[in-house]
Design a protein around this ligand. Structure first.
Ligand code: FES
Ligand SMILES: [Fe+2]
Length: 445
């Protein structure tokens, strides 16, 4: 249970709040690069700020205030020029660094007045990496954009973005809560699928965390086993590194106090062959190339039809867990137990790192030394998620979960075609070697 002020501070994302300032020290993905091909100007909400990201016709990418400094027109309705973004109301045009390049009427009637030089649009830096657009709202000098090895690992890569009407902290707390897996994803699945009897399952008897430079790896112990099963790698403050191999990464990007955006980036490196998950030959997998992106918004009321979509959409059971308490769970009334040690650890770490920022220091995971920013690998027992690791016995393999998450029935056709076009030839080769049937990409696992 938190005090009212701690509960408030934990979820506050705006500038000037302790955690808002902490979050501003990290690079955040804001959109897929490919999304600017479909629409050159897109609204972005980040840490309580309304912004637009755009690519002008000269190829320059900008991230600027959403509201025109003239009279507040929404620049998401702006148009891109050979240089800059033009407001559609009176035609003022802005460069990606916020300079005002043109004020057509003022320039005509009061040339040389100096008015234009006094107008500036708030702007932030943008970088492209791994098919994503990134920004950082930190004061200068900016930290380095982390070079996670997974962002350049070979694979058939897809980006999916899911908007959630809840605080980012709720999602991260779920990532620090191993015990829910046995209930939310296992027993509840049986119930949702109409089973009266839920098979007896090994239950959690212990879990622990191993710290590394950028976060923690959690391990669980199940009844009847003396071994620690490694499971999740979490990068502070907001990245789920899944099994650590890096082919699957999820950023929980805080849009504001009550909304966040999950950015999933999955480089598919394995597929079901002969009924078993198999590594695809790395030499055949593409490295780089365009990464298709699609996005969805989660229902604000997932409790309305608890079973309708639960088997088909991105981590749907987790979405219910994150959203059903409301946009901000009341942490002044919760009753935490032993199973919540990870949640408590995460909150303490958030507050501790926020205090470091307040003292003028860099928080955990901020990288400034280029020599330490080369293909950073994440620790984790699973060399390839779902292949060599061990999940709960009897549960769907983790890679299957990811594949189902990324290829739900309503996935856009172009994404399905991208996966089919990339993996098809590789699977055909494997099929030629093993004459029995190899499922086609896009088949639901
Ligand atoms: S409101 Fe943007 S140019 Fe007038
Ligand atoms: Fe979960």
């Amino acid at each position: 249970m938190l005090s009212e002020s701690d509960a408030r501070d934990l979820v506050a994302t705006t500038a000037g709040t302790p955690v808002g300032e902490l979050l501003r020290r990290y690079w955040m993905p804001i959109a897929g690069v490919a999304e600017l091909d479909e629409r050159a100007v897109r609204p972005v909400r980040l840490l309580g700020e309304d912004l637009v990201v755009y690519r002008d016709r000269g190829g320059r990418i900008g991230l600027v205030d959403r509201w025109c400094p003239h009279r507040g027109f929404d620049l998401a309705h702006g148009t891109v020029e050979p240089e800059g973004l033009r407001c559609s109301y009176h035609g003022w045009c802005f460069a990606e660094d916020g300079r005002c390049l043109e004020q057509p009427y003022e320039d005509a009637v009061r040339p040389g007045s100096g008015f234009r030089a006094k107008v500036r649009l708030r702007s932030y830096p943008v970088r492209e990496k791994g098919g994503l657009l990134w920004t950082c709202l930190a004061p200068e000098p900016l930290p380095l954009l982390p070079d996670w090895a997974g962002l350049s690992s070979p694979g058939c890569t897809v980006i999916a973005i899911l908007h959630l009407p809840c605080s980012w902290v709720q999602v991260m707390e779920g990532f620090h809560d191993p015990v829910h897996v046995e209930w939310l994803h296992d027993r509840w699945s049986y119930r949702l699928n109409g089973a009266d009897e839920v098979p007896r399952r090994p239950t959690h008897v212990d879990f622990r965390w191993l710290e590394f430079e950028h976060g923690v790896v959690y391990q669980r112990k199940l009844r009847g086993s003396r071994r620690w099963l490694a499971d999740r790698t979490v990068v502070f403050p907001n990245v789920d590194g899944a099994g650590g191999q890096g082919s699957y990464l999820t950023w929980v990007v805080p849009e504001d106090d009550t909304h966040c955006m999950l950015v999933f980036r999955h480089a598919i490196t394995s597929w079901q062959v002969e009924g078993r998950q198999a590594l695809l030959p790395p030499k055949d997998l593409p490295a780089g190339g365009p990464v298709p992106t699609y996005r969805r918004s989660a229902s604000p009321d997932p409790g309305a039809s608890p079973s309708a979509d639960l088997g088909s959409w991105l981590v749907p059971q987790d979405v219910v867990a994150w959203l059903s308490p409301g946009p901000i769970v009341d942490r002044t009334r919760e009753r935490l137990g032993e199973s919540d040690r990870g949640v408590v650890m995460f909150r303490n770490r958030v507050f501790e790192e926020a205090r470091r920022v307040a003292r003028g220091e860099d928080p955990q995971g901020v990288i400034r030394d280029p020599a330490r920013n080369l293909r950073i690998t994440l620790p984790g027992a699973r060399q390839n998620y779902g292949l060599r690791g061990e999940g709960l016995p009897g549960m769907t393999g983790a890679d299957d979960v990811m594949l189902r998450a990324f290829l739900p029935p309503d996935v856009p056709g172009e994404i399905r075609r991208h996966v089919a076009g990339t993996l098809g030839p590789i699977l055909a080769k494997l099929a030629a070697r093993a004459p029995r049937t190899v499922p086609a990409p896009g088949d639901r696992p």
